[in-house]
Design a protein around this ligand. Structure first.
Ligand code: PLP
Length: 390
């Protein structure tokens, strides 16, 4: 059976070039980047080259790149590494749980958090961040792109508020990486997290931009790796893979690949919306479209259960997600959609379609063929169950 993977926001496969770039660093060039002999020097040089690529990706200095294990670690580091008892923290109610749960833990250590709610469009209004400010606000953390709706937040405006308030600003850019152009100077952030596996790189590796002079304490101790900002032997193949994925992502932003993905997503979305009782979560602000990453659409389907549709589509070879990947298996409706004011039933009846950058017209054709059948079948079943058929 044909399989179409439309769950890129959960994870992506390695591009062949990424695998090829990583391959030598497991076998021939397996050295420890901290060793002084030739094997160590080769590994160290590979990490240095990767650091230079990531610095280009972020638009920062090489010394401002810290390699780590991915988005969760970057998010946790910003919060645990900067906040101290008595500080106030501002974030949003639509963040990934790596931020939300870290904030909850800090509450036990005397840090109060304000969770700013989004507009019904999924956008955070910078004025709401400004209203949440207190004299003791030390850190803001706002995601660049939401993992469920793909809505892009006004990072620059929020960075400006942080600057005026003298607060630190962290951006969880895990879902923006490879989908929009980065510029940490333009964003005005002190910290920014990315994860390789969301942009066709390997799992378990990522990078944190740390602006020079930001007093973030290391989560892990035990070695002087990464200029004492992240202890632990460097994952050399992973770091090489991350940098290769970032290099390819920079090309994709320039060579029309991402524009092509946006057209495919728009065609998919328009095709699904032809079904009665459907709509998009977070695409519109009144009559105005809101900025979204190219690959994501989050669609509600009246009179059905999202999980049932995920399973029905999987049986037909289509992988999508209801809510974020981290919630799959749980029946709780998405906290992101609830925060946007979507009612519980509609939130439960919503699916996220997120396209790989290698998606094709044929993939979209196939999904547009199977979704209407699956939706009609499930709606008929639920009418039968409710005794309202015939
Ligand atoms: N932040 C966002 C917005 C995410 O979507 C994810 C993963 O789903 C993470 C952080 C966590 O990243 P990782 O899987 O690299 O730990």
């Amino acid at each position: 059976m044909k399989r179409v993977y439309m769950d890129a926001n959960a994870t992506t496969p390695l591009l062949p070039e990424v695998l090829e770039a990583m391959r030598p660093y497991w076998i021939e060039r397996f050295g420890n980047a901290s060793s002084i002999h030739l094997d160590g020097q080769q590994a160290h040089a590979a990490v240095d080259r990767a650091r230079a690529t990531m610095a280009e990706f972020f638009n920062c200095h090489d010394a401002e790149v810290v390699f780590n294990s991915g988005g969760t670690e970057g998010d946790n580091t910003a919060i645990f590494g900067l906040l101290r008892p008595g500080d106030h923290f501002i974030t949003t109610s639509i963040e990934h749980s790596a931020i939300l749960q870290a904030a909850r833990r800090m509450e036990l250590h005397g840090v109060e958090t304000t969770f700013v709610a989004p507009q019904p469009s999924g956008l955070i209004d910078p004025a709401d961040i400004e209203r949440a400010l207190r004299p003791e606000t030390r850190l803001f953390s706002v995601m660049l792109a939401n993992n469920e709706t793909g809505v892009l937040q006004p990072a620059e405006e929020i960075g400006e508020i942080a600057r005026a308030a003298g607060a630190f600003f962290h951006i969880d850019a895990v879902q923006g990486a490879g989908k929009v152009k980065f510029d940490v100077r333009r964003f005005g952030c002190h910290l920014l997290s990315v994860s390789a596996h969301k942009m066709h790189g390997p799992k378990g590796v990522g990078a944190l931009f740390v602006r020079r002079g930001t007093p973030v304490e290391s989560l892990l101790v035990g070695g002087s790796h990464e200029r004492r900002r992240r202890a632990g032997t460097e994952n050399v193949p992973g770091i090489v893979g991350l940098a290769k994925a970032a290099e390819l992502a920079m090309h994709s932003l320039e060579d029309g690949v991402i524009k092509r993905v946006a057209l495919l997503r728009d065609r998919l979305e328009a095709g699904i919306l032809e079904l009665p009782g459907t709509g998009v979560n977070g695409a519109w602000d009144g009559e105005k479209p809101v900025p979204r990453v190219a690959n994501t659409t989050d669609i509600w389907f009246d009179q059905l259960e999202g999980e049932a549709l995920v399973i029905a589509l999987d049986l037909k070879g289509v992988a999508v997600s209801g809510g974020s990947a981290c919630h799959s298996g749980a029946t709780e409706p998405s906290h992101v959609l609830l925060a946007m004011g979507v009612d519980k039933n509609r939130a439960r009846a919503s699916l996220r379609f997120s396209l790989l950058k290698t998606a094709t017209e044929a993939d979209v054709d196939y999904v547009l063929e199977v979704v209407p059948e699956a939706v009609e079948h499930l709606r008929t079943l639920s009418r039968v169950a409710a005794g309202t058929l015939g």
